[in-house]
Structures are given as structure tokens and as C-alpha cells.
Ligand binder design. Structure first.
Ligand code: NAX
Ligand code: ADP
Ligand code: K
Length: 504
């Protein structure tokens, strides 16, 4: 079974319990987990190579013992070190250790000597049972592994990584690859966890689908890894009889003279992603500047919130992007209020968000007034400003929880950007995006993202799906382009990105 849904650590425990209650012995699950680790180790280590297995005191260590036995049985030279006492192992881990010893193999004491002579280190110290900060002997060992420069395969999670939050607890293994079980957990995708995991692998350990469903039922609102599976069915595909008026009309509000580039970047994104018409709405004083740079994109003058109100009497102008380069203050707030009360689909970014600094409830009021569907695209700085003094910025929350709370507060979709962008809906659905590239961290990149989402909304995609798709397309463009990327490149990558996505 493959799924892009995520289980929390406690929900994963529920899966194991349900499988065991359904008649599958826990040791069978552990043997399957260990076998998956061993299979991956055979890919990472040369045939007959030296492998060090570091086992912790719980079932994560148990997986290590199982993998060790299998690898030793297939010709690898395996050393196994245990952090803790053999006598304190219990349950399935004790069974696995006994099996290992029955093979005639020894259990060494974990020592942080030079570890660089191994071809592969398997990190089976701590997994889902991490319950406190890494300290003392464990920390010294983890630091030695990280210093060794050796290839590391982590079992379930890199030890020290919190599987729910993606945070490091006092130190963590930096793995080359991570083999986890049943589904990914949020901590595999949220930073710094995403970076600590290296390549991600998910193995079915024979829990059965009913047990997995029991886990999903225990998880609360659904979380996903962002990817086409999540929104491809809803992606706009123009039919043979489509014309520009059926493909949606997006408006992008321009900033004042000399601050107009951001709006044009966004507009280009909206057009390239397929909106039938895109209009930049510009202050009169910036019309010449905008006109000098626009061709397929149309241009209209608008000098005040009242002008925008007049413009929006045209019902066809159904999606409005407000914020890039706009300027901060009362006018920006009024423009948002006008577009929201006109019931338009909205993308709010940059200055439109900062203009509501500490006033998230006021923004929520505007959005609910016109019943408009809104997607907000803050980076961390804008998020902190907008949601100051709300429960979305309480300390100790994971990024996924902060974004969920923010979405509930404003009653709209929130995209909290970064290398682990999280997209959340007011009903609690959330997706974590790890499909991207650091080359996207360049001036104006976020403006294009806003435009992509606006272009998808204009074509009728639901806001959560439009936001997820926009983030993924943006990330895909970054991955395809790589070094040298500037914001202008992102819209121009869309034909290639879309061709592959749509199989055109
Ligand atoms: N039936 C199951 O539950 C299955 C569990 N599996 C494995 O079992 C793991 C979970 O096992 P456990 O729940 O036993 O937990 P772990 O093995 O992850 O860790 C728990 C042990 O580590 C100690 N510990 C926790 N934090 C520590 C810290 N910071 N410093 C020092 N010691 C610390 C605890 O006291 C306990 O002894 C999963 O990650 C997975 O690898 C798999 O074998 C599949 C089946
Ligand atoms: N390391 C990274 N990996 C993936 N995506 C990134 C990374 N750094 C930045 N991005 C993406 O680039 C965009 C930057 O947006 P933003 O911070 O608003 O920049 P700007 O205001 O210059 O447009 C966001 O979509 C963000 O998710
Ligand atoms: K581990």
C-alpha cells in the first residue's frame, strides 16, 4: 500500500497495536522492518563490506538486531554495538537480540572510537520512542557518527529527531538515507528533519490495511506529503471548446511607480499556469512603467479602494492577488476589504499580510464578510507579524500545527513558505511540501508563487488544492532549473513542468 498520507508517531503506534490485536505478532512486524533495513543496506554497502549497527535499548534497536542477523547471513562483516545493557532489553527487542546471539555473534558495548573504517553505519539507536533530550553517552556517540563521514542508514528516524515536529532533541544523526515504516511521519518532511533524513524510503511491514486505517482514524485531521496525487484530479485541463473567458480572469494589484516588478512577476505566473486573462491593476502614476513591460497581460488604472470597487462590478474578474510590492498601511487594508467584501477569490501575500500586523482577527472578519475563498502566502517573517498575539505563534508548536491554527484563525488557506512549506486549511487538512530547491530562495520567487496560485484559483480549482498545486509547480520549476535561477525563470518553466504533469 502506498499513500501520501502521514501518520503521527502516536498514530503509528496505534497501527502496530491494531496489527498485533489482529493476530500479527509484534516480532513478525519487527522482522519485516529489519528485513527492509537490510535490503536497503545491501544497496548502500559494497558486497561483503563492513557494517556497524548501533542499537538502542528499545524496539528501534530490535530492528537493528534483525537487520544485523540478516546481513551477517548474507556475507557482510557486521559489528553490533549496544547502547545500554543487554539484560534490560525486553519484548521483541530481547527476542531479536537472542536471535542475533544464537547466530554466534557478539554484542559489543557502544564506543565512539573512530567509526570511519566502516562502509555503512546503521543507526538503530532511537526511533518512535525518543522521550527526552539526547545527552551523555548517546550524544557523544551521535556526534562521533556525524564526524565519521561514513554513509549512515537510519532506522525509522535519524536518532534524536522528533518524528512529529521535525525538531532535533539535543542532537541528532545526520543520515544518508532513512528507512521508515508504513507511512512517512511529519518529522521526515519538516526541517531540520527533512535534511537530517537524507533519502527517504517507506517499507510496508505487513500491518495490513485495516491497521493502517485504524492509525489514520487516530491521527486527527489528515496530513499529507504534497504531490500530484493530492490534487491532480482537480487540476484544470481546458476542454476542446474552452476559450479565454472560460479559463478565468485574474487581477494582480500593482505597487506604486518604481515598485511594480513584483506584480508583473506574479501576473506572468498566473498567465503561464493557464489563466485565460490576467490584468495588472496599476496606479495611474505607474501605468507607463507597467505598460512598457507588459504584452499579453492587460493593464487597468486604479488609484484607490473605491476604484477597485468599481472595477469589481465586472463579475468576470473573479480572482484578485493583493500584496507584492503594494506598500504597507491603511490603503492596503482597504483594498483587501473591498476585494473580500466583493466575494472575490483572493491570494494575499507580502504587504497585504504585513498591513494586518497583529490584526489577524480583523482580516478574518473581512474574509468572512464576503464569504471569499482566500489563500494567504506568508513567509516566516510575515507569519510572525500577522499572527502576533494569537495561538498560532505559541512556543513549542510544530510548523504544521502553527499553520493549521493560522488557517483556522483567518478562515482561509495558509501557505507558510520555506524549504518545508506547509499548506493548511481551516478544517485542519495540511500538506507538507518537500518538492523544491534552495535555488528558489531568490528575490521575487514568492511573488511568482502567489501568481501561480491565483492563476489556478481563476481556473476554478478549490483553494486548498490550488495552493498545494501552486507550491508543487513552483518547486518543480526550481528543481528543473537549478543553479542560476531567477524569479523571471519560474513562469517560463511552466510549459515544461505542465507538459510532464499533464502528460501533454
Ligand atoms: N511493534 C512495534 O511497535 C514495532 C516497532 N518498530 C520499531 O520500534 C521503534 C519504537 O520502539 P520503542 O517504542 O521501543 O522506542 P525506541 O526504541 O525508539 O526508544 C525507546 C528506548 O529509548 C530510550 N530513550 C528514549 N529517549 C532517549 C534519550 N533521549 N536518551 C537515551 N535513551 C532514550 C527509552 O528509555 C527506551 O528504552 C520504532 O521506531 C521502530 O523502529 C518496528 O520494529 C516495527 C514494529
Ligand atoms: N531552500 C529552499 N527550498 C525550497 N524552496 C525554497 C527555499 N528557499 C525559499 N524557497 C521558496 O521560495 C519562495 C520565496 O518566497 P519569499 O520569501 O516570499 O521571497 P520573495 O519575497 O523574494 O518573493 C517561497 O515559495 C519558498 O518556499
Ligand atoms: K534511529
Amino acid at each position: 500500500m502506498t499513500t501520501n498520507r502521514l501518520l503521527t508517531v502516536s498514530a503509528m503506534r496505534r497501527v502496530d497495536e491494531a496489527a498485533i490485536a489482529g493476530g500479527i505478532p509484534g516480532y513478525t512486524l519487527m522482522r519485516n522492518a529489519g528485513a527492509a533495513v537490510a535490503a536497503r543496506a545491501r544497496v548502500l554497502a559494497p558486497s561483503g563490506g563492513r557494517i556497524l549497527i548501533l542499537c538502542g535499548p528499545g524496539n528501534n534497536g530490535g530492528d537493528g538486531f534483525v537487520a544485523g542477523r540478516m546481513l551477517a547471513g548474507s556475507g557482510y562483516r557486521v559489528a553490533l554495538q549496544l547502547l545500554g545493557d543487554l539484560g534490560t532489553l525486553s519484548g521483541d527487542a530481547a527476542l531479536a537480540a537472542a536471535d542475533w546471539q544464537e547466530g554466534g555473534f557478539s554484542v559489543d558495548v557502544a564506543a565512539s572510537d573512530d567509526l570511519s573504517s566502516f562502509d555503512l553505519i546503521i543507526d538503530a539507536l532511537f526511533g518512535a520512542g525518543l522521550s527526552r533530550e539526547i545527552a551523555g553517552e548517546a550524544r557523544v556517540l551521535i556526534e562521533a557518527v556525524n564526524r565519521s563521514g561514513t554513509t549512515v542508514l537510519a532506522v525509522d528516524v535519524p536518532s534524536g529527531l522528533d518524528g512529529d515536529t521535525g525538531e532535533m532533541r539535543g542532537g541528532a544523526i545526520a543520515a544518508t538515507e532513512t528507512m521508515t515504516f508504513v507511512t512517512l511521519k511529519p518529522g521526515h518532511l519538516l526541517q531540520p528533519g527533512r535534511s537530517l533524513c537524507g533519502g527517504l524510503h517507506v517499507a510496508d511491514i505487513g500491518t495490513g490495511e485495516a491497521a493502517v486505517e485504524a492509525g489514520f482514524a487516530a491521527v486527527g485531521p489528515a496530513s499529507f506529503r504534497n504531490g500530484p496525487d493530492l490534487w491532480q484530479d482537480a487540476f484544470p485541463r481546458p476542454g476542446a471548446q474552452a476559450h479565454k473567458y472560460t479559463r478565468g480572469h485574474a487581477l494582480v494589484l500593482s505597487g506604486p511607480a518604481f515598485k511594480t516588478g513584483a506584480a508583473r512577476l506574479a501576473a506572468r505566473g498566473a498567465l503561464r499556469v493557464g489563466a485565460g486573462l490576467v490584468t495588472v491593476v496599476s496606479p495611474t502614476a505607474a501605468m507607463a512603467e507597467n505598460a512598457a513591460h507588459l504584452t499579453a497581460i492587460m493593464l487597468r488604472a486604479c488609484d484607490s479602494p473605491d476604484d477597485l470597487d468599481d472595477l469589481l462590478t465586472d463579475e468576470r474578474l473573479d480572482t484578485v492577488l493583493i500584496g507584492p510590492g503594494l506598500g504597507i498601511g491603511e490603503t492596503a487594508r482597504d483594498l483587501v476589504a473591498v476585494a473580500a467584501s466583493a466575494g472575490r477569490k483572493l491570494v494575499l501575500d507580502a504587504d497585504a499580510l504585513t498591513s494586518f500586523k497583529g490584526q489577524a482577527p480583523l482580516l478574518a472578519e473581512h474574509l468572512s464578510e464576503g464569504g471569499s475563498a482566500a489563500v494567504l502566502t506568508p513567509h516566516e517573517g510575515e507569519f510572525a507579524r500577522l499572527f502576533a498575539n494569537t495561538r498560532a505563534v505559541e512556543v513549542g508548536l510544530s510548523k504544521i500545527e502553527r499553520t493549521r491554527r493560522a488557517a483556522a484563525i483567518v478562515g482561509g488557506i495558509v501557505v507558510l513558505k520555506g524549504s518545508d512549506s506547509v499548506i493548511a486549511a481551516p478544517d485542519g487538512r495540511a500538506a507538507i511540501n518537500d518538492h523544491g530547491s534552495p535555488y528558489l530562495g531568490t528575490a521575487g520567487s514568492g511573488d511568482v508563487l502567489g501568481g501561480l496560485i491565483a492563476g489556478l484559483l481563476a481556473q476554478g480549482m478549490e483553494p486548498f488544492e490550488a495552493a498545494c498545486a501552486g507550491v508543487w509547480l513552483h518547486g518543480d520549476a526550481g528543481l528543473r532549473h537549478g543553479p542560476g535561477l531567477i524569479a523571471e525563470d519560474i513562469p517560463e518553466m511552466m510549459p515544461e513542468v505542465l507538459a510532464e504533469l499533464l502528460g501533454a
